[in-house]
Design a protein around this ligand. Sequence first.
Ligand SMILES: NC(=O)C1=CN([C@@H]2O[C@H](COP(=O)(O)OP(=O)(O)OC[C@H]3O[C@@H](n4cnc5c(N)ncnc54)[C@H](O)[C@@H]3O)[C@@H](O)[C@H]2O)C=CC1
Ligand SMILES: O=C(O)CCC(=O)C(=O)O
Length: 449
Amino acid sequence: MSELLEVIKKRNPHEPEFHQAAEEVISSIKPVLDNKPIYRKHKILERLLEPERQISFGVNWMDDEGEIHVNRGYRIQMNSAIGPYKGGLRFHPTVYPGILKFLAFEQIFKNALTGLPMGGAKGGSDFDPKGKSDNEVMRFCQNFYLELHRHIGHRIDIPAGDIGVGGREIGYMFGAYKKISNEFTGVLTGKGVGWGGSLLRTEATGYGLIYFTENMLNHIGDSIEGKTCLVSGSGNVAQFAVEKLLHMKAKPVTVSDSSGFIYDDEGIDKEKLAFIKELKNIKRGRIKEYADKYPSAVYTENKGDESSNALWDIKADCAFPCATQNEINAKDAQHLIDNGIMLIAEGANMPLDNEAVNLVLDSDIIYSPGKASNAGGVATSGIEMIQNFMGSYWSKKQVDEKLKEIMTEIHQNCLLAAEEHGHKNNYLVGANIFGFTKVANAMIAQGII
Ligand SMILES: NC(=O)C1=CN([C@@H]2O[C@H](COP(=O)(O)OP(=O)(O)OC[C@H]3O[C@@H](n4cnc5c(N)ncnc54)[C@H](O)[C@@H]3O)[C@@H](O)[C@H]2O)C=CC1
Ligand SMILES: O=C(O)CCC(=O)C(=O)O
């Protein structure tokens, strides 16, 4: 299998995040490849690691001062064996094909785990929404969508949000879509409630993460109630993970942004969470302002030269990395292990680097990969698509029950697949094998094409 990784590295040079995601999957699905030679014969892994289609385009837009800017837009349509392409759009200056390929590759497995008919894709741009006015963001989204629309459709490829793309951006893109196509279909998910969006889609990734965690803890006869929790990020996933932790009587004590983190040992309560939501979603300010407002909190700034992140050196019961990829390295993982953390559930995509994952797997920590524990977001996007096809809306209760049911099934399927292949209670192996098998069988049935 190391030969395949070498081929991937050669075919996709200078894309370390994609190599990392490939390596994690290649190494963990070995048991199923050994048991079922048909998957090797059909070169399933090789085919999964080559995008079915990659689109790259220029996006020109004008800022409020009349200056013209040039960004790059992308859509990576990775695999459509089990359904139309589905996955978010990321607007962040670090976006390049290597990041999007890792995310699109992960999305194949995640979407298969949801049990819904969705293939894997991801897209975005190196545009940075930080510090831009609403009008600038609108002009960018319209120009980005002008090209993107040629490649997507409600039965072809259905993008949604990710880092830097939330309700505001989806709204501007949906407006552009309607103007161009003169129709109203669910071509994007994460739409506003009242114009095609599903109740609870905004909350779904964070809520689903905590539902999944509760399943993991129930499995060992425990529960999240009363647990002290570290959360990183302060965006969509982090906010609603904190909210669900509060609903379930746990005690979240940290949140972060790219400048630093706050530690509030009295706990982030409902009122403080409302402050975070207002700060991040409306004022678009920095998390430092939390510590200016609440004296119980201490703010630690990232200096940019740290070899580890002090957030992961705080003693707690559970850790929920919900910011971005590779935010936990081996040193951070060792701190979590030394401090006796009992559970790490990934809210972000690939927040642990592979060295950190291996350390955690060798410890007693209960660990879930993002493709399993953060799948509630895309699952609820799938529920939004169902509502759009039906031309009606589900109640909050219906969506929440379905989300809970899906997270419970993912949990169960990970455990069953892991045990069947001799890796009892290893959620990483279980998630990869379950997702791989489902997609591989569909690819074999559809022939070599
Ligand atoms: N929005 C969704 O439905 C889903 C998101 N995810 C993943 O969850 C993670 C967070 O996404 P969202 O909350 O949607 O994005 P967001 O844009 O709402 O929030 C991102 C958060 O991460 C922080 N952040 C970004 N770069 C950082 C860095 N280098 N260091 C520390 N903090 C940093 C930002 O300050 C912000 O608080 C990403 O990995 C995303 O791929 C996964 C599944 C679904
Ligand atoms: O809701 C979606 O379609 C995609 C969400 C996403 O980007 C992810 O699961 O990482």
